[in-house]
Design a protein around this ligand. Structure first.
Ligand code: NDP
Length: 246
């Protein structure tokens, strides 16, 4: 507890699901947290209210991770409101699934824009502020490494891209002791992938553990990567997937 006292964090896409759990966990660890959302203002404000009622500091920002100007403004607002930026968590993202010939091109563009371009732009903006010893954490997916069903090729491509970005960036930022890591969840119970959804039986068949992950479990790994004990971990893609990739 309190391992992140005095730190400022920005978590993208944190009105719901994994991002909301990450924002709550980093705040519980002592960080002041800014969180972005795209449409769910009420859900984002609820995350902020929950953090504040637990004694933490939080601030919600509407910012579409597909838009460069929104990302730049969100980073600026984070620094203005929280007084700095020590930890960037690139969580906003999602997938549209289907055979590559049938996926609408605008769905492909959105996956590339949010899951890849938004991550790169967010990192470029954050690097104007991150101090030595800062943290960059991206939420990728185990689908970067294993995609045992048809229809996820473009989503998997976007998540492989951030794994590659993570390796290269670790080399660039190592001299400043800024660590760069990629968390690869497996099936995790959220609106995007409900544990009682139509695909859940198939998902469990591909896993070693007979259950979906919880967002709080993903947030616990992010907490470790954001904190001081992970200072020697960089350039890594860390699976947290119930054995989906095993
Ligand atoms: P959800 O769909 O449950 O939540 C997505 C969150 O991201 C929401 O807060 C949403 O905001 C926000 N968001 C979506 N698009 C944008 C955008 N363009 N700009 C800003 N914010 C945006 O997703 P999950 O919590 O399940 O997923 C979070 C991350 O984890 C994603 O990167 C996903 O690929 C990854 N992941 C998820 C897995 C799972 O099984 N759930 C498995 C592996 C990886 P709003 O509420 O305003 O729409």
């Amino acid at each position: 507890k309190d391992i992140l006292n005095g730190k400022a964090a920005l978590v993208t896409g944190a009105s719901r699901g994994i991002g909301a759990a990450i924002a709550q966990r980093l705040a519980a660890d002592g960080a002041a947290v800014a969180l972005t959302y795209s449409h769910s203002k009420d859900r984002a404000e609820k995350v902020v209210a929950d953090i504040r009622s637990a004694g933490g500091r939080a601030h919600a920002i509407q910012a579409d991770s597909a838009k460069d100007e929104d990302i730049a403004a969100a980073v600026d607002e984070t620094v203005r409101v929280l007084g700095g930026l020590d930890i960037l968590v690139n969580n906003a993202g999602g997938g549209v699934f289907g055979p590559v010939q049938e996926l609408p091109l605008d769905a492909i563009d959105t996956m590339i824009d949010v899951n890849i371009r938004g991550v790169v732009v967010g990192i470029r903006e954050a690097l104007r502020h991150l101090p030595d010893g800062g943290r960059i954490i991206t939420i990728g997916s185990i689908n970067a490494d294993r995609i045992p069903f048809p229809g996820g090729s473009v989503y998997g491509m976007t998540k492989s891209a951030v794994a590659g970005l993570t390796r290269g960036l670790a080399r660039e930022l190592g001299p400043r002791n800024i660590t760069v890591n990629n968390v690869q969840p497996g099936p995790t119970d959220t609106d995007a992938n409900p544990a009682d959804g139509p695909m859940s039986g198939n998902m469990l068949g591909w896993m070693a553990l007979d259950r979906f992950g919880r967002s709080e479990e993903i947030a616990a790994m992010v907490s470790y990567l954001a904190g001081p004990e992970s200072a020697f971990v960089t350039g890594a893609s860390l699976d947290i997937d119930g054995g989906f990739g095993a």
